[in-house]
Design a protein around this ligand. Sequence first.
Ligand code: NAD
Length: 489
Amino acid sequence: MDSFDPRLIAVRSAHFIGGQYREGPAGMDVSRPSDGQVYAELPVADAALVDEAVSTAWQAFKTSDWATRPPRERARVMRRWADLIEADGAVLGPLEAVGSTRPHKDVLGWDIPYVAEGIRFFAELADKHGGEVAATQTDRLGMQIAEPYGVIAAIAPWNFPLSMASWKVAPALAAGNAVVLKPSELTPFSSLRFAELALQAGIPAGIFNVVQGDGRVTGDALCRHPRVAKVTFTGSTVTGSSIMSTCALVGPKPVTLELGGKSPQLVFADVPDLAKTARTVALAITGNAGQVCVSGSRLIIERSIMAPFVEHLQGYFNALKPGPTWSPDATLAPIISRLQATRIDGIVQRARQAGAEVLSGGGLFDGLGGAYYQPTLLAGVDNHNPAVCEEIFGPVLTLQAFDNEEQALQLAAHDTYGLAAGVHTADLNRALRLIRQLEVGTVWVNRYGRSNDYILPTGGYKRSGIGKDLGREAFEANLRFKSVLIDIG
Ligand code: NAD
């Protein structure tokens, strides 16, 4: 079933600590992005409740055998968890879609299977790593052994609530840690079901906990807690900097930061199929209504093909149909909140004042209940225009033209961000040259977006992040290494 009635979706307004739901006094309203209606109240964990959650996680880490059981056994439990998630579409699907920007059909067809498969990927690594034997004197044995940190705090954003949480939680658990997850206060509820299914699969109570609340109170208390050995965060660059400085002050303790982006899509005149490339470019900025860290938000195109390319783009933009996440016909997702839509529009208006010309869109759709932003194309922008400098996190694409490869690279370089880039060209030599010169954490050639495997890590250069999610790197980031030296008698 692609559709559901949002009024019938019951959410449990709670935390999940020590394997149990914990109701709490309501702290804030939570709204459905699709129609702007308040549908639940959210408890906000204060420092005392965060302390209880972290202490529970620490106790579970010390007293359960999660970290010490044979890794293949840990992997077996995690695979069972993945199976439960995959079979839970009827509950998890509406729960994820009702309060987020993720269309229900995509949650069922993409998010849930992707999360389940990601858990399996990290489960498989549980028994496929080891330490190292060091080259030292022959009468000694020097080794490095890998150990979990203990309690890891995971702080997640709202744009893909389940999959962003799973990127953090799955490698941390597979490596034997206990986790306290704080989902975004805008999309808090699917994480509870995620944790409940972990318990059902056999992950010991207290190993995976969820605390609800905002960043200022709950997130901050989590970062400050002395028993939190590491913080893994996905969100904006501003928040990432703040978390890093908190962790430096109270620790220092290590952080993994997956932050914002302003990714270019470079299109050369030799692309064999203009319509197909335009479709890829359009999807890369309108998927999830541009609320994707790696959204390809800057089109940098060879001048000779600009006019026909823009025509194709406008065709794709105009065909998109905004609508609620529970509508099977909608093809453009809502913006997460009215506030965020106003922020998007504010940047577009400042861009216009700075000289941008609006070729498509440029405002909100009227009369749809929730906030829906028109797919927008802005020309006449230089690298100082606000729409080029700032992460908009909405369906807004800037357009800049180049006449040669050197100009393309100059336009692609961004002062702040270095998350991803797309290169579209039939010339493999050119693609290989550009791959080396683009200062970003990921380059896609003749495609835009990750494939559904997990082996390639993701992470940013510059202010787009520190450390990696996905891949072996994400698993290893949840381990610390102990050096051991033994005298041989
Ligand atoms: P955000 O930074 O506003 O919030 C993210 C999380 O941090 C939320 O759970 C929030 O409650 C918490 N938080 C806020 N202040 C905090 C504080 N002082 N201490 C501790 N926790 C705090 O980000 P958002 O609006 O939820 O998400 C959008 C941003 O996330 C965009 O910038 C996007 O690019 C980025 N993002 C990056 C990636 C990536 O892989 N690089 C993936 C998805 C999203």
